[in-house]
Design a protein around this ligand. Sequence first.
Ligand code: FAD
Length: 158
Amino acid sequence: MYDFVIIGSGVTGYAAAMYAARLDLSVAVIGDVEGGTITLTDDVANYPGYIQLTGQELAEKLKEHALDYPVLIETGMVIDVFRTEENIFYVVTENKTFLAKSILFATGMKERELEVPGHDELKNKGVSYCALCDAPLYKEKVVGVVGGSDSAVKEALL
Ligand SMILES: Cc1cc2nc3c(=O)[nH]c(=O)nc-3n(C[C@H](O)[C@H](O)[C@H](O)COP(=O)(O)OP(=O)(O)OC[C@H]3O[C@@H](n4cnc5c(N)ncnc54)[C@H](O)[C@@H]3O)c2cc1C
């Protein structure tokens, strides 16, 4: 039985594990892809304290930091989660079941992709999904923002 089980071993999962362990909770992190989405980029330039590092390096540093505490990091796909009447969570992977008093979904998000011709060829080569990450690449160029929500306006401001 763990105090806290985190589903997802990306930057959010590792950071949450480190903070929870500092609060003296027993912690397990279960994720299918170690490091998560940030490992897809070779250039992280906005992480305070590091002028530039690759996503893989950042993920490894965060994992190492979490493992400086008594945290279990387990590789696996969570296929079921349920809570009993006694308020115990069961977190089920293909091979194991973890019991927890509380859980955190740190499973990331999926972009809603632009379904137009040319998108797939130009993704990450002119078509971006993160202004904070990529806006400097388009400095002094004409940029179109697709979308109509508050997120689109925020990205346009950035
Ligand atoms: C090309 C690219 C470049 C980027 N560059 C930057 C940058 O320079 N600076 C910046 O700040 N941000 C950047 N980002 C954004 C950044 O990568 C994300 O904001 C960040 O990685 C989100 O971390 P997360 O831990 O919340 O989610 P994720 O990294 O998505 O982690 C979620 C994890 O949960 C796992 N998971 C999901 N479901 C299950 C399940 N059922 N069982 C087990 N595991 C599961 C996933 O496989 C994944 O490993 C970039 C993103 C991309 C795509």
